[in-house]
Design a protein around this ligand. Structure first.
Ligand code: C6P
Length: 390
């Protein structure tokens, strides 16, 4: 018989919240008009865009004059920013360089590999051993040739938070555009553009209980960015393509519930994550919690059980109905060591033992108890047959 399932892989994706599902349903059934159409079907759907936008603007404290493009995901937003800055400031301007870190998601670093082939100078800054970018490192790197700095708000593998407000202020002071990939920070932490130092911010709805296929890109008022998708006049001409009405309604609802959700993350989820870590540290020897010395998102625990392969632990957990991951979902077929943990100076024999557990507001104390029980037994069993664990 299948064991009861426990989902601890919320940094890969999350369950759609009931409130979000309810908000989407009319647009999958009776409200199917194209909101750009002039007839009643169009008008009936069009009126709902403003309400969704209201919640989307409010969650990040954007102003009416700023633009928020609703798109398909974080990957699309990140590509729009990087390729847009290339076209405006580098190919058709006098800047040459984009600065980023060596722990960004592949939607940043593979896009930058492509731009480097087109002649962009890309500088990958190192993070410290706790996993975040230090301000001094960035300050020393910015120069007259820098067009853009792109630094993720929180890392997807470790949950480590970069000092984004300070980084944004530094970029603003130096007159350099600043982008943050806030995909793993949204709805887990207060994420705001109120300081006016952030020029571009991107995220994906499915990381905070909206469905897959919808995300957003914030662009500060006064900044021009060409579209990635040329087409109709949707999104003020900044992204062509018929409005994804179920997605827009869903994102609006997810942003609405995120206001209370952040409080739940900072209290309930953090308490469960901390208890999970404390219990593991007390009951299992030779364990490292990566990034524990740094500020982290409240739901993430990246942990090394020395002497056992992360994949082997995951396999056993999966047999018991427990879902976690060794790192990011898009690298799960990749046998190489995690570049995020390597950037934190961890050697390969340790990075291969890492596992990412990521909780959500739906995770219960009972689930954590059962997961702990299974983890303790699994690590004991695997260590007893391990040749590398003494
Ligand atoms: N990270 C993970 O398991 P998409 O796939 O476009 O919705 O989101 C991309 C993305 C961008 N930035 C960050 C920081 C992310 O974590 C992700 C998605 C997942 O870590 C899947 S690889």
């Amino acid at each position: 018989m299948e064991k009861p399932r426990i989902y601890l892989d919320n940094n890969a994706t999350t369950v759609v919240a009931p409130e979000v599902k309810e908000a989407m349903l009319p647009f999958l059934t009776e409200l199917y008009g194209n909101p750009s159409s002039l007839h009643r079907y169009g008008a009936e759907t069009r009126v709902h865009i403003a309400e969704a936008y209201d919640h989307i603007y409010r969650l990040i404290e954007a102003r009416d004059e700023d633009s928020i493009i609703i798109n398909s995901c974080g990957t699309e937003g990140n590509n729009t920013v990087l390729q847009g800055v290339y076209h405006t400031l580098i190919r058709n301007g006098n800047k040459r360089e984009i600065i980023t870190t060596n722990i960004e998601h592949p939607s940043i670093n593979t896009c930058l590999t492509h731009l480097a082939e087109l002649g962009v100078e890309v500088k990958y800054l190192p993070v410290n051993k706790d996993g975040y970018l230090e301000l001094e490192t960035l300050a020393a790197a910015i120069s007259d040739k820098t067009a853009l700095v792109s630094v993720m708000w929180a890392n997807n593998e470790t949950g480590v938070i970069n000092p984004i407000e300070e980084i944004a202020a530094l970029c603003h002071k130096k007159g350099v555009l600043f982008h943050t990939d806030a995909t793993q920070a949204m709805a887990k932490l207060p994420v705001s553009v109120k300081s006016r130092n952030i020029d571009f911010l991107t995220y994906s709805g499915h990381k905070f209980h909206a469905p897959k296929g919808v995300g957003a890109l914030y662009i500060k008022a006064g900044i021009k960015l060409p579209p990635l998708l040329y087409g109709g006049e949707q999104m003020g001409g900044l992204r062509g393509g018929t409005h994804n009405m179920p997605g827009i309604a869903a994102l609006g609802a997810a942003c609405k519930i995120a206001v209370s959700g952040i409080q739940i993350e900072l209290t309930h989820v953090k308490a469960l994550r901390d208890r999970f870590e404390t219990d593991i540290l007390e009951s299992i020897p030779d364990v490292i919690i990566n990034g524990k010395g740094a500020p982290r998102t409240p739901n993430t625990c990246n942990i090394i059980f020395k002497g056992v392969e992360g994949e082997a632990v995951l396999w056993d957990l999966n047999e018991e109905g427990i879902a976690a991951s060794t790192g990011s979902a898009c690298a799960s077929g990749d046998e190489r060591a995690s570049y995020v943990l390597s950037a934190m100076k961890l050697p390969p024999e340790l990075t291969h033992s890492a596992i990412r557990f990521s909780l959500s507001r739906y995770t219960t104390a009972q689930e954590i108890e059962r997961a702990l029980d299974v983890i303790r037994k699994t690590v004991r069993r695997l260590r007893s047959i391990s040749t590398s664990y003494k």
